[in-house]
Design a protein around this ligand. Structure first.
Ligand code: ADP
Ligand code: MG
Length: 236
């Protein structure tokens, strides 16, 4: 199975990258670094020459680019050369997007069927930042069906998809997404049992076809983005 860079070099060493053409979900409380992970993943793959669509439902493109710049990631040059496209699926801007990509307003409500039919043909990577409040009106059946369809459609197209699940999404929806996603990473904070200090850790909840560590991986948000701070034995 081909692998795609996660953007976090230590994580690439540990799990070998994300399985290509599969859907991975990233969960975590607000401020845990989901968007930074998404941007870091996008930037690393811009450098690899991949075509990337970054769909944002929370922040607009200038905000995302500004956050990227704070880590030294210059997205503009990749946007200008057509490798990266930020799509804002929020508020009034969704209307423009509908025009631009023929996405039905249903996409905003969590129906990604037509959305996935209208992705630029040569897209390699899709990042959805994030599924949250706008899917809260769905029943669990609707959410499960739509999420499954997204996973299926992206796999058919061979598009590696990272879906960030926002803080307002229900536990039940997270569980449904966990079930059908190919991989899942949870970002959390915990008290270090030795130092008594709180630290950020990531849990590789699942990653099919991949040897994953059982241990939590401590990470920091540094001046160059997310870094995993202690080397770990990947045999765990
Ligand atoms: N330039 C930076 N350097 C270090 N840490 C940062 C920087 N920018 C943001 N952060 C940290 O990242 C957090 C926001 O991460 P973000 O990816 O937006 O979280 P989420 O998307 O999970 O809500 C901030 O609360 C802050 O702790
Ligand atoms: Mg975010």
């Amino acid at each position: 199975m081909e692998r795609i860079k996660t953007g976090i070099s230590e994580l690439d060493e540990i799990i070998g990258g994300f399985p290509e053409g599969k859907t991975i979900i990233i969960t975590g409380d607000p401020g845990s670094g989901k968007t930074i992970f998404g941007l870091q993943f996008a930037y690393a793959n811009c450098l690899e020459g991949k075509k990337i669509l970054y769909v944002s439902t929370e922040e607009d493109a200038p905000e995302l680019k500004q956050q990227g710049r704070s880590f030294g990631w210059n997205f503009e040059s990749f946007e200008n050369r057509g490798f990266l496209k930020f799509v804002e699926l929020a508020g009034y801007r969704a209307m423009e997007i509908k025009e631009a990509l023929s996405i039905s307003m249903e996409a905003v409500k969590g129906d990604f069927t037509q959305f996935s039919d209208n992705l630029p043909v040569d897209t390699n990577i899709l990042i959805i930042d994030s599924l949250g409040s706008h899917v809260s009106n769905l029943t669990s059946y609707e959410f499960r069906d739509r999420f499954n369809l997204l996973v299926y459609n992206m796999a058919q197209k061979g598009i590696t998809t990272v879906v960030l699940l926002g803080g307002v999404i229900s536990r039940e929806f997270v569980d449904l997404a966990l079930y059908s996603a190919y991989g899942a990473i949870q970002l959390l904070k915990r008290e270090n049992p030795y130092t008594g200090l709180r630290e950020r850790v990531m849990d590789i909840v699942k990653m099919r076809n991949t040897k994953t560590p059982v241990q939590l991986l401590p990470y920091e948000i540094s001046s160059t983005g997310i870094i995993i701070t202690i080397p770990i034995d990947s045999s765990g």
